[in-house]
Design a protein around this ligand. Structure first.
Ligand SMILES: NC(=O)c1ccc[n+]([C@@H]2O[C@H](COP(=O)([O-])OP(=O)(O)OC[C@H]3O[C@@H](n4cnc5c(N)ncnc54)[C@H](OP(=O)(O)O)[C@@H]3O)[C@@H](O)[C@H]2O)c1
Length: 288
């Protein structure tokens, strides 16, 4: 049984217990998530700090860099502690311009699962998310062929658990009819609340919801209400945004990204911020 002093406590993804406060490793790669980071030693230090601080959930993908982020994780942390769970995703490639073309045909998915295994130095991937849609967000359409391919790789023992990312509620339901999902990873934050209903439905089913861009992603969250609440609490807007997500629903897991160990510590402290009902009501007006 994992105990943690990290804010939010723990959550069980399938059989895997993780800290609700995790770490998103995407932006450890170079600018545009392409190539090596400017500060390689700093990137390795952030990963080691995350584990030293007790984080047991790291989010990555072989598409980051491509493969740069996975290689950094392996160099910093392999052999991995038993408690650490690395979550990866497949379904998009990179093009030379840094774009994210879909790669969801069975052959590409199999190749991508093996690329993740190899670059992370693992025999089995704990959790693989099928990334759908495109860079602008979810798109309608059947995921059956792609998700069945991953379910097949799961039966072969290469994947423990499955999830979906950048998915519509219809695609979540379609996946669940094929094989269980343990998480949905979609864009969601204080200002971007398209998935409110989905989060509540997943909470009822015991399925995790993992918001990407919890701090706004490449453009930091900006809102006068957020700034006002943060100033009143003598906290940063980022702290308020993370604390709000932990309060929003018990099935929400955080994977904020940072390339700075100082920011990582700040974010852990910030997520523990206590929000009153009045604060919550005020913050609730931002994304409505
Ligand atoms: N499934 C998908 O399609 C998908 C898409 C995007 C992302 N993701 C996942 O979601 C994770 C989180 O997304 P993200 O990292 O892009 O966005 P994010 O967590 O919303 O924001 C990260 C940005 O916030 C900055 N930041 C973090 N803490 C800070 C602090 N205390 N003070 C000032 N700036 C701070 C970081 O800069 P510094 O480096 O300077 O701290 C970085 O630029 C990714 O790492 C990735 O694993 C998944």
């Amino acid at each position: 049984m994992l105990t943690t002093s990290l804010p939010g406590g723990t959550w069980t993804l399938g059989g895997l217990t993780v800290t609700r406060f995790g770490y998103g490793a995407m932006q450890l790669a170079g600018p545009g998530v392409m190539g090596p980071p400017a500060d390689r030693d700093g990137a390795l230090a952030v990963l080691r700090t995350a584990v030293e601080l007790g984080i047991t959930h790291i989010d990555t993908s072989a598409a980051y860099g491509p493969t740069v982020t996975n290689q950094l994780i392996r160099e910093a942390l392999h052999p991995y502690p038993d408690s650490l769970h690395i979550v990866t995703k497949v379904g998009a490639n990179r093009d030379p311009q840094g774009g994210w073309p879909p790669a969801r045909d069975p052959q590409s998915l199999r190749r991508s699962v093996h690329e993740n295994l190899e670059t992370l130095g693992l025999d089995v991937l704990d959790l693989v998310n099928l990334r759908l849609g495109d860079a602008a967000g979810p798109l309608p359409g059947s995921l059956a062929e792609a998700y069945e391919t991953l379910a097949d790789l799961q039966r072969q023992g290469l994947i423990r658990h499955l999830g979906v990312s950048n998915a519509t509620p219809e695609q979540v339901a379609e996946a669940q009819a094929i094989a269980p999902i343990v998480c949905v990873q979609n864009m969601y934050n204080l200002a971007h609340r398209r998935d409110d209903e989905l989060i509540d439905a997943l909470a009822g089913q015991g399925v995790a919801y993992v918001p990407f861009f919890p701090l706004g992603g490449f453009s930091p969250l900006q809102s006068s209400v957020l700034s006002t609440v943060a100033a009143r609490l003598e906290a940063t807007p980022m702290s308020v945004a993370l604390a709000w997500l932990l309060r929003r629903s018990p099935n929400i897991l955080l994977i904020p990204g940072t390339s700075s160990a100082t920011h990582l510590r700040e974010n852990i402290a910030g997520a523990a911020l206590s929000l009153s009902n009045d604060d919550l009501a005020e913050l609730d007006t931002i994304g409505r």
